[in-house]
Design a protein around this ligand. Sequence first.
Ligand SMILES: Cc1cc2nc3c(=O)[nH]c(=O)nc-3n(C[C@H](O)[C@H](O)[C@H](O)COP(=O)(O)OP(=O)(O)OC[C@H]3O[C@@H](n4cnc5c(N)ncnc54)[C@H](O)[C@@H]3O)c2cc1C
Length: 399
Amino acid sequence: MRRIAIIGGGPGGAHCASRLAEAGRDVTLFEPRTRFEKPCGGGLPARSLDSFPFLDDARLPARTLRTCQVIAPSGAAATIPLREPLRVFRRADLHQFLLGRATAAGARLVRERVVAFGPAGGGSAPPWTITSIDAGGRRAAHAPFDFLIAADGAGGFSRRRLAGGIPAAELTQAVGYYLPEPTEQTAVLKFCAEVPGYLWVFPRVDHDAAGICGPLGAMPVAALRTILDRFLAERYGPGCLARATAYAALIPGAPVNPQGLRLQGEGWALVGDTSRSVDPLTREGIHYAMESGELLAGALIAGAPETYSTLWRRNMGREFSWAGRHAAEFFAPRTIERLVALCARSPRTAGILSDLVSGRQRYRTLALRLLANGPVIAWQAIRPAPRPDGQLRSWQLKH
Ligand SMILES: Cc1cc2nc3c(=O)[nH]c(=O)nc-3n(C[C@H](O)[C@H](O)[C@H](O)COP(=O)(O)OP(=O)(O)OC[C@H]3O[C@@H](n4cnc5c(N)ncnc54)[C@H](O)[C@@H]3O)c2cc1C
């Protein structure tokens, strides 16, 4: 493999470029934006720092959150101490940092938008020619490339061109705000009866990021925004949105059955959101974008690009499949009310949820762990709770 082109320098493309360039590969990364505040919460679980320890860098500012408040549709709430903190990044910082790593490793960065690509010699096989356009509107052709990596995110065009669009039923609609006055000290996750998704507030270094997400088409975008606005106004006061920046975006979740997912073809592969490497339950995608970039880079370095799809399915596909199959059940108001009530009463349950937030608890072993901890959880849930005056009172779970 002589020359590799990557379209898009988000977490997926930029990390893939770093890994390939570190291994001495000839990599050209097309990314028009130097600092890019992509619509996103920016939350990264502790597990990501194990996989990508270079993110723990003083040059990359992050907010470290040690608690997470979960709020049920009824308004019942529990604050969970996070055994391992959640890091929250401004996406512009992360973008610049990862691009910097890629160029430091030796990737060639072309600050231009790709507008077309195709096989240089006609037909459908490599080598590829890429056409880009710079900020001044000038077009340039780049060729030849032996391998093409499409990492231009959910809004990019290359996935549609190589592997077709994503069915609307498997997309998530998100709307959100950047709130210029940082107010929160904790991560906030609020669940609503109206939509099988959730609302979040993640404090960042100099502002708060708030948003809400749910399946595309579950309710009109305006209705999603109304729920978010109402929650924010109640929590931070009616003027809190006066200087806020609003956005709307789609999130491409992994399908329930990832076996049939097309991730690559002759001389090309998809990475990050284009490969639908997003947890369909939490909609977490930064870690998986980087992991997919890592897996593809490993396969290319090993001279076996065809192994990428198998590696993807083994590393991510099974967890995504579980998440997709159980998402509706998880977001059912009754489940959430129970979960929040249990977290408020049972440190053991709160610990398990903390491990879920930090990415330590795999979905597929969650039921087993809950079962094994059942007696302790049950005791913690029904034992009399101490009152503020130190007296004991009887307590019953309502749900
Ligand atoms: C509202 C919202 C909240 C989210 N919150 C979280 C969260 O808290 N935690 C989490 O882990 N995930 C979150 N996600 C998901 C996460 O943002 C994505 O999964 C992740 O950014 C995917 O990375 P990527 O590299 O595949 O794509 P992107 O980050 O979208 O990067 C794609 C890059 O391609 C570039 N590009 C696009 N078109 C072209 C072109 N034609 N030529 C060249 N370059 C191009 C863009 O400039 C961009 O830099 C959220 C998503 C949304 C929408």
